[in-house]
Design a protein around this ligand. Sequence first.
Ligand code: ADP
Ligand code: MG
Length: 621
Amino acid sequence: MIKILDKITADGIAAGEVIERPASVVKELIENSLDAGASIIHCAIEQGGIKKITISDNGCGMTPEDAELAFARHATSKLSQISDLDHIITMGFRGEALASIAAVAKVRLRTRRIGAEQGHEVIIEGGKIISTQSVGCPEGTQIEVRDLFFNVPARYKFLKRDQTEQGYIADLISRLALARADISFRLTAKQKDIIHTPGNNNLLSAIYVLYGRETAEAMVEVNYQLEPIKINGYITTPQVTRGNRSRQVVFVNGRNISSKVVNAAINEASKTWFMKGKFPSLVINLEIPLNLVDVNVHPQKTEVRFWDEQIVFRAVYHSLIEALETGATAIKGQFESKKNNTVEPLVLNEKQETTVSTAKQTEFDYQPQSTNSLQTEYNYTNERLYPVEQAQAFIKYQDQTSEKSEDQTTNLRQITNEDTTSELAYLLEARLIGQVFQTYILLEFQDNFIIIDQHAAHERIIYEQLRDHYQESKKEPFPKQLLLTPLSMELTAHELSLVEENLAEFEHLGFELDIFGDNTILIRTVPSMIRDVKDPISAIQVLVDSLVDQSFFREDKYDQILHGISCKAAVKANDNLSFSEMKQLLNDLISLKNPFHCPHGRPLIINLQQTDLEKLFKRIV
Ligand code: ADP
Ligand code: MG
C-alpha cells in the first residue's frame, strides 16, 4: 500500500500540484492548525524551510489513533480514487496534505489532545512509518518537516536560494496574518523573529507589524456596503505610496484571492488619487454570500468567479474612493492647522491662499536686498490680492497663451533640446531673484525672465551624474559617502530577504545597508556624486521595488531605475533653498550634457521675455 501511495504522490508532485516548495508545506500545515482551532501558530524554519520547518500550534491536538490515521487514512482514500486521477488532480489533492508531505520529507509529528495525560509521536520518512510512541509534549500539535525532497532530486533541483524560499514563506504568513488578525502568527529563522503578530483581532495592529509604522499611520479605514457585499479593511492615503502592487491584499470571505475585476476596480479608484506608477497599500476583505462566489482553488493561486462582476466592481471602487476622500479631508485638516501654526503674523490677511514663509530665512547664509524689497511690495499689494477664482482664471489664461505661443513658436519660449550647453552659461551672469512657491528659481538676464523648476533641474543633474558613472565605469563601484546618522527603513519580510541577498549590489550603487532587526535596515552611505541626497529612504525603495518586480538586474531597466533614484534624491517642490544652494544648483546645471529636460521629459527652464510680460499686462498688444 505504501508503494502505491508513493507512486501517486510522486505523480502529484510531478504534476506540480501539491508540494512544490517549502511554502506549500507551510501553507498546508498552517491550514490544518487553523482547522484545529489554534489561536497561536509558530513556524520556525531553517535554510528557507528546505532543511527544516517546524509548525507548532495550540489547537485541539489528535488522539494517538488519529495521529497515525492522519497519514494512513489518505492513502486509503487515494486508492479508492485511483481510477479517477483527473478528479484527484483537480481537487488539488485536498485531504492529502500530510500524506503528500510525508512522502517527500522526513516528518515527526507530536500531538496531545487538550487535557490528555500524554502525547503521541509519529515519525515517518519518505512515506514510511518509522516509529510511533507515547511522549510528553505540550497540548496541541507540533509537526517537524526535515530535508524536503530528499528523495525527489528533480523537485529539489527547482528550489531557489534559501532567502528566496524564506521570502515565499514570509509572504504567505503575512497574508494569513492579515486574513486572521485574531490569530497570533510567528515566523522565526535562525532564532530571529521575522514576523510576530499580536493576534488581538485588530487588523491595523497586524498591518503595523507587517508593513511598518509609516504605512499603518497613513491608512484610512474602508467600510462599505453594497447589497449583498460588505467590504472592510484599510488603504493608504497618497502620503505613502509604493512602486508596485505587492502590498495590495484582497480577501473574499477571508480567503486570499486574485481577481481581475477586483484589481480593475482598485486600479480605477487609485488612478484618481495616485500618480502614475504609484500604488496604495491596501488590505480589504469582501464578504459575499457563499452561493454567489465560485472559488476555484489551485494550490498556488486562488481564482474566484463572481455571480455579478458589475456589482463587485462598483462595491470595491466606491469603498476605496469613499475611504480616500475621508482620508483626504483628514490630511487637509492636518495641513491647514500646521500651516496656521507656522505662518508669521506679518504675513497677510486671512483670505490669502498662498503664504510667504519667512520662518527659514534666518538659515540663509546670504540674504540679498531683493528679498526685502519683494516683501514690501507684497505687503503693499496685499489688499488687492486676487481671490482664488481670479487666480485660477489667470493661470488658465497663461496656459492658453502658452499653447498659442507654442503653436506660433513666438515669445514664451521653452528652451529645447537643440540648444547647446554653452548657451546656458549666461545663467551665471543672470541676477538671481530668488525662489517662488519654494519650487521655482527666478532669474533675470537682460530682457529675459528665467524660471527654473528646482526639482526637475536637480533630478536631471543627479541622473546624469549617476548615468555617466554607470556608463563609463560599469564595473567600478559607485563612490559613497557616509551619512552622519544612519537612517532606518522598514521593509516587509519578503523585501528584507531580497535586500539581504543583494547587499553587495546595493553597496555597488553607493548604498551601504545593514540588516537591523526583523523588518528594518539601516542606510549607512549614499552615492557621493550626489551632493545632498534628499530622500535616501525613497531612493532605496525604488531599488527594493525593482527587486520585487525583478527588474533590478535587467540592463534595459537600468535607466528607469536611475531615473527613480534621481527623482528621490533631488530637492522637491516645496523645499526651501538658500541662495547658495540655488547657486550651486545653477552651477551644476550649466555643466550638464542635457540641461534642458528632466528625465521625465518635462522642461526644466522657461524663458519669458520682457515683451511677454508686457503683453500679459496689456501694455502692448
Ligand atoms: P485534511 O486537512 O484535508 O483533512 P490533511 O492531510 O491536511 O488533510 O490532515 C489530515 C487530518 O489530520 C486532518 O483531517 C486532521 O484530522 C488531522 N490534523 C492535521 N493537522 C492537525 C493539527 N495541526 N491539529 C489537529 N489535527 C490535525
Ligand atoms: Mg489539511
